[in-house]
Design a protein around this ligand. Sequence first.
Ligand code: PYC
Length: 322
Amino acid sequence: MSVDISGWTMPNRVRVIDSHTGGEPTRTVIDDFLPLGTGSLAERCERFRREFDPVRSALVCEPRGSDVLVGALLVPPSDPSCVAGVIFFNNVSTLGMCGHGTIGVGVTLGHLGRIRAGTHRLETPVGIVPFDYDGANTVTLSNVPSYRLAANVAVDVMGLGLVRGDIAWGGNWFFLVREHPETLDLSQIDRLTDVTWRIRQALWAARITGANGAEIDHIELFGPPGSPENQSRNFVLCPGKAYDRSPCGTGTSAKVACLAADGKLKPGELWRQESILGSVFTASYQTDGERVLPVISGQAFVTGETTLIFDAGDPFREGIRA
Ligand code: PYC
């Protein structure tokens, strides 16, 4: 049976596997039902963003999902050496890359029996991401080349005054703030969300951007770790105003790019990044000219095997769209 989603006819049942990586959920869409064509992953991601936005919201927004859910649409790879292509998306749009999502997809492919323990490659809109899967819950991914674009950039933030941070690319654009008066504790989520949202708005208002005018849509605060085994704790605000429950794979990549640029982390040295929940990603890097190649390791767990149903009579079948 089929259903109309904003003038496009799609199956009324779509199978997904839900997982979480360090507390951050991923919904991997395993049915390949969208006519995205055969171009590069970047082209197909752009087509998904432009032409199928109501399908995005139907898959991850309320009432079938929530603001915190990240979707991972599995598509055929254009590079046959890859085990799959993937388009990541969230409650507001698509994502270039997603570290926790890659870990979730790796464990999901293992759960489905599509991969065994070993090294595999995933094609994303921002490049090919090789990963090692341990056959159970751990995935170690080699992220796309990451770099710091600018250090110690000042922005005037309403109610906060001047806030200084680094601008870095880790597969998404980040503003990384080390010096701030905030307490990185779960009890402070509302305050941390408000502060980071204001920083994001101030950056855009001042036209402080990533390369080529790209909006910096992830804001990251750092503080002391809760556990002495770890080097740092973070709070990461994602583009749709949800905070990352995991330490954020692309955010941790941006962090190691900054640490490398400051000479504070040597190639191959380990950095244990703790999330606001206390979950941990282990990170290191190798140099690649002016950039670094981050290696991020984390654990994911499958939480559900679900068939989503889109009823033609359901007024919210396209999800609750902001
Ligand atoms: O782990 O890279 C990540 C990520 C980006 C947004 C949410 N998680």
